[in-house]
Design a protein around this ligand. Structure first.
Ligand SMILES: [Zn+2]
Length: 186
């Protein structure tokens, strides 16, 4: 289990999809989930960087979990996801300020993602509502982008959620370049 967290964490870090202490990963195991430690560095995850806690219940390790634990819990409670990758991909976050949804114009993005909704934090006042809205959208989409913050990707495997995150950033980089060249995508 540690190996898959390390592989995905390192890939996210080396590709610049998270900065030093940003982003978090989790997987669901029955009534439990394993999530990265609060403030852990995804580029160099060690055994002690993983925290196991309940999907519904707290335990003594809960305070050590990523500060975005409640969003992960809400997603697991309301979707069939078994793995979540939360990242801060810079081109995707940049486009989140100007777009209401990301529509990839490259084949991989179209196949993997179809489209990615952008959720504005001004539309949802409380963190609780934001979590609910993210979870609701993730029943329909594989990735949701939160404006000015980052992406939440779900799948059955951590690696698949990572592929979707990387595909989103790839698509956004291309969309950004086309915008810069003033070429209309599609
Ligand atoms: Zn974040």
């Amino acid at each position: 289990m540690l190996a898959q967290f390390q592989t995905v964490g390192q890939a996210l870090f080396t590709q610049g999809l998270v900065c030093s202490q940003g982003g978090n990963l989790s997987i669901k195991l029955g009534e439990h989930l394993v999530i990265t430690h609060r403030g852990s560095t995804l580029g160099s995850i060690q055994e002690g960087d993983l925290v196991e806690t309940g999907v519904n219940k707290n335990n003594r390790l809960t305070p050590l979990a990523s500060k975005e634990l409640e969003i992960h819990r809400c997603i697991y409670k309301n979707t069939s996801a078994l793995a979540i990758v939360h990242a801060h991909p810079p081109y995707a976050v940049a486009l989140s300020f100007t777009e209401r949804e990301i529509v990839p114009c490259d084949l991989e993005g179209q196949v993997l993602l179809s489209r990615v909704p952008v959720l504005g934090t001004e539309e949802v006042a409380k963190l609780e509502d934001l979590s609910q809205e993210i979870a609701r959208l993730l029943n329909e989409y594989r990735v949701v982008l939160v404006r000015g913050h980052g992406s939440f990707a779900v799948s059955q495997l951590l690696e698949e959620a990572y592929y979707c995150t990387a595909a989103l950033e790839q698509s956004c980089r291309l969309l950004y370049l086309l915008k810069a060249l003033r070429v209309a995508p599609g």
